[in-house]
Ligand binder design. Structure first.
Ligand code: NAD
Length: 312
């Protein structure tokens, strides 16, 4: 018997989280605390400008104080370190986010390690990586934290499930695997060197794809009824590729005709049909990342002041 797959609506879940964050911010303000976030955007990367503006706008909507700093492309690592040190010392700032990627001449690793761990709202500092690993309260990376919220708020089981994560980046794959493990899933991490990858994915009750390759996971790689979490964001600009991944999809064809591109995840749309539940692209995991950043900013504001933080 086949059932209709459940669409996991990231936009709706992000809305719930943002509403909760807004009321937490109101409660903090009532006791004289306004959470504050600084976003640093170096140079002129159009995609980064869009992300950063949207982060700053969401801060405004939720009552979080925000500043956007835009040093020129020519800034040196030393100058960036000085900027980060000043922000680490500012009492009114709870979160510091350095928008990646940085120009090649800037030492990204050194900078990320210079952010005070308690203000590291991206959750990339080794101290926060260690806290996640050892199950201590801290700041966790936003995209994988968003995946866990989708699962939790959709009532999907994690404990005891066979979870397969494709991708082992520090930003998505590795922390997602750690969070699933902390939630008692049996976790396998696959990557570019994995041999016979479909033999792993076909056993997955829960499959997370964070690869960066359009439609890489095909329907025959998926266990029927599995939960599919598609983290990939890939822009297709080739009409034949659009037709291959979205055959006879009039809406996508119209979007492509209008914009010259469409976005697809790492899981081919035909695979969603055999799943039990899935996150669409767009409108799935991607929608959660900013909401989780806002949540992390509030968590940072509370942790810095020794206030209790809800553990999930
Ligand atoms: P990355 O390039 O850092 O890592 C990709 C991973 O995929 C690597 O670990 C690699 O081992 C694995 N991989 C590559 N080719 C493979 C193959 N043929 N078979 C198996 N594994 C393979 O990418 P990332 O930063 O983790 O991002 C992954 C995707 O998620 C991208 O499409 C990115 O745009 C998207 N993303 C979305 C969000 C969001 O929704 N907010 C955030 C971050 C990343």
């Amino acid at each position: 018997m086949t059932t209709t797959p459940k669409i996991l609506d990231g936009i709706a879940i992000a809305g719930q989280i943002k509403a909760e964050v807004a009321s937490e911010v109101q409660a903090l303000k009532a006791s004289g605390i306004t959470p504050g976030l600084v976003v640093i955007l170096v140079g002129e990367v159009p995609a980064s400008q869009i992300y950063v503006r949207s982060k700053v706008k969401t801060c405004g909507e939720l009552g979080i104080y925000s500043e956007m700093l835009t040093p020129p492309e020519s800034i040196t690592t030393e100058e960036m370190l000085k900027l980060v040190t000043e922000l680490n010392e500012r009492p009114d700032i709870d979160g510091i986010l350095i928008q990646l990627p940085l120009p090649k001449h800037v030492d990204t690793k050194r900078l990320l390690e210079a952010v005070a761990p308690d203000k590291d709202v991206d959750g990339f500092h080794p101290v926060n990586v260690g806290r996640l690993q050892s199950g201590q309260p801290g700041l966790a990376p936003c995209t994988p934290a968003g995946i866990m919220e989708v699962l939790r708020r959709s009532g999907l089981p994690v404990a005891g499930q066979n979870a397969v994560v494709i991708g082992r980046s520090d930003i998505v794959g590795k922390p997602a695997a750690m969070m699933l493990l902390n939630a008692s899933a049996t976790v396998t991490v696959c990557h570019s060197k994995t041999e016979d990858l479909p033999s792993f994915t076909r056993e997955a009750d829960l499959l997370v794809a964070a690869i960066g390759r359009p439609g890489y996971v095909t329907a025959d790689m998926v266990k029927p009824g599995a939960t599919l979490i598609d983290v990939g964001i890939n822009r297709l600009t080739d009409a034949a590729e659009v037709e291959r991944l979205f055959p006879r999809d009039a809406d996508r064809a119209a979007t492509f005709a209008k914009r010259g591109s469409v976005v697809v995840g790492d899981i081919e749309p035909a695979a969603f049909a055999v799943s039990g539940a899935y996150t669409p692209v767009p409108g799935g995991v991607g929608a959660l990342t900013i909401a989780m950043l806002m949540q992390n900013t509030v968590t940072a504001a509370k942790l810095r002041r020794g206030l209790p933080v809800e553990t999930k």
